[in-house]
Write a protein that binds this ligand. Structure first.
Ligand code: GAR
Length: 193
């Protein structure tokens, strides 16, 4: 196994909109010796995102952007990421759609975690749709981001069995637990570790 010391780790930005439990699991992962990443920036569209507490707790720089003003945001955000030598972007519960220009600038360097077994259930309300369709299982996917919503190349997936008495809440909770393991595994996979 390759061990990467602090300065050699890949400078990573994590984008969040809410609770940030995936952010927390990525921070924990980044602190492991065999982790290829070091989280240098947390970006959010939402200044009330609970997950921003991890910025303070782990002394990671954070920045809030109003993603409605796309062109301006693009310029400022790209500049900030470049200035911080960010080479990997992890979307972790980030609920805004990135511009085509932004995605082009960081082609092959943006990952997303999605709470379904893509290509099934792109977009929102994935658990409700899986339950409504009486699916036997659902799960989560880590994939590269391209310009089409939840459609980039899949890196890893994890199946989760749907139980008879599952509600969208109970299913979301079990899938989220798997997400926390899957994201680090997917990162190790893309770096051949
Ligand atoms: C996660 O389940 C993630 O897969 C999902 O939001 C949740 C965020 O939880 N992302 C999407 O739906 C993206 N389209 P977290 O803030 O606790 O990591």
């Amino acid at each position: 196994m390759v061990l990467l010391t602090g300065s050699k780790k890949i400078k990573t930005a994590v984008f969040i909109s809410g609770t940030g439990s995936n952010l927390k699991s990525l921070i924990n992962f980044s602190k492991l010796k065999n982790s290829p990443i070091s989280i240098k920036l947390i970006i959010s569209n939402n200044d009330k995102a609970k997950g921003l507490i991890f910025a303070k707790r782990y002394k990671i720089k954070k920045k809030i952007f109003n993603f409605k003003r796309n062109i301006l945001v693009d310029r400022k955000l790209i500049l900030l990421l470049k200035r911080n030598n960010i080479c990997l972007i992890c979307l972790a519960g980030f609920m805004k759609i990135l511009s085509k220009n932004f995605i082009k600038k960081f082609k092959g360097k943006i990952l997303n975690i999605h709470p379904s077994l893509l290509p099934k259930y792109k977009g929102l309300n994935t658990h409700e749709r899986a339950l409504k369709n009486k699916d036997k299982y659902s799960g989560c996917t880590v994939h590269f981001v391209n310009s089409k919503l939840d459609s980039g190349k899949i890196i890893l997936q994890k199946k989760v069995i749907i139980k008879k008495n599952d509600t969208s809440k109970t299913l979301a909770k079990r899938i989220l637990m798997q997400e926390h393991k899957l994201y680090p595994k997917a990162i190790l996979k893309i770096f051949n570790l």
